[in-house]
Design a protein around this ligand. Sequence first.
Ligand SMILES: Nc1nc2c(ncn2[C@@H]2O[C@H](COP(=O)(O)OP(=O)(O)OP(=O)(O)O)[C@@H](O)[C@H]2O)c(=O)[nH]1
Ligand SMILES: [Mg+2]
Length: 445
Amino acid sequence: MYHYRLKETIAAVATSPGSTIGIIRISGDQAFNIASKMTGRNSFSHMKAELLKLKSEKKALLDRCIVLPFRSPESYTGEDVVEFHVHGASLNAADILKKIFEMGAIPALRGEFTFRALLNSKMNLSEAFSINALITSDNPFTVELARKESFENSSYPVLKKFIPEWEHYFTLSTALIDFPDQVSATLPFEKIRRSIDEMSVFLRKMIKNSSDLKKFSNFSILISGKPNVGKSSLFNALLNRSRAITSDIPGTTRDYLSETLFIKGFPVIIIDSAGIHDPKAEIEKQGIDRSKKLIGNCDLVLLVIDPTRPLDRFDSGLIERTEGLQRLIIENKSDVADGFHFSDSLKVSCVSGNGIEQMIHAIETLIESAKPDPGQFFFFNEWQTDTAEKTIEMLDSLRSGLESDQIELTHFCIKEILLNIRNISGEISSFDVYEKIFGSFCLGK
Ligand SMILES: Nc1nc2c(ncn2[C@@H]2O[C@H](COP(=O)(O)OP(=O)(O)OP(=O)(O)O)[C@@H](O)[C@H]2O)c(=O)[nH]1
Ligand SMILES: [Mg+2]
């Protein structure tokens, strides 16, 4: 759909409602014309901001705002672009935008400005992805990496360097199929095998880095334990507010609760869950099943134990279940405990607050250790990761094709690998691919 609209002039508010300044962006052939009609100005100087009055077609005063023109190709999209920096990004901006549509622009789709920037070679696909991550991420580490990728463009040359050799293999295998009698050369098997290995290692590493980054960006901590050990009290202590209901009645928390907490500036999802025991009623069973499922899906378990009660089969069941996972054993109620079950547990009291600081410190250390190495390369979009996975499958098939000397299979795999690696590095893509990608972008970008 995006490519059918390339002749159209598009417009959108690029800032979110509620902002004090609303930036309306217009891009396309009609951008300057619309700006002239609204400001009464006949000409604009490239990148010279001016304070001007905006009027509707019927000459009704709309706003006095900063008008910032960019002449093609020196703009974000590569087309003529005009920005109006108006008062607020809510009703006033929406109303001015409506007037812009009345003058011939059409509403921009999600990511359509970036799509045009890509088509006009203002950026490549990996830059576009990282710019989207830069805009949407609330994790300072992801922002740091996205900045590097967007403006230093680090992974792009590394990915691109694979292309020439695969182009060569493609030309050679095509010639072997199309002109078998005229081509005396054979495929450089050893060299191809080395290229397969090199690219597999590189892509696998990038996929792993990207999955580590995703995990780190969505880091979740589950508070687990049997009933009445003080899970909800601990949840409240971490959030520093009384979010969950606590009581001395076992089974108070029926279903899980989650909140976002910032630890060392990183957003972390913290989950309070229903106490694990033998449920008596169906509704209790559902809550407990959910608690059990959460154990395998979180990045850190805070396993809460009550030292004032003997360890029972529920405690030991949970100790077993969380074995091998990232886990901290928390012995709560230290204010009333005579002794403890574990020497290496963290001893805390949600009542006195003792040990909470140390526990937060231990959590911080674990989160820090989950942080991927910023010197590595990352994908900022699922589509790139999926394509890299498909490429690895193709590389494996090619390895088998070479073993069995099947030139058709070899040729097909080389073609697919070349196409995928070009796609990932942002060199070419079909319009279908663009639609899938840009649909997840923000409006106005
Ligand atoms: N003395 C003492 N009591 C605590 C402490 N933490 C929690 N409690 C009490 O223990 C009882 C259970 O606390 P909750 O936080 O509701 O326990 P829970 O594990 O969420 O319980 P369920 O939701 O039923 O699984 C409440 O009466 C709390 O006041 C603590 O550090 N010291
Ligand atoms: Mg609870």
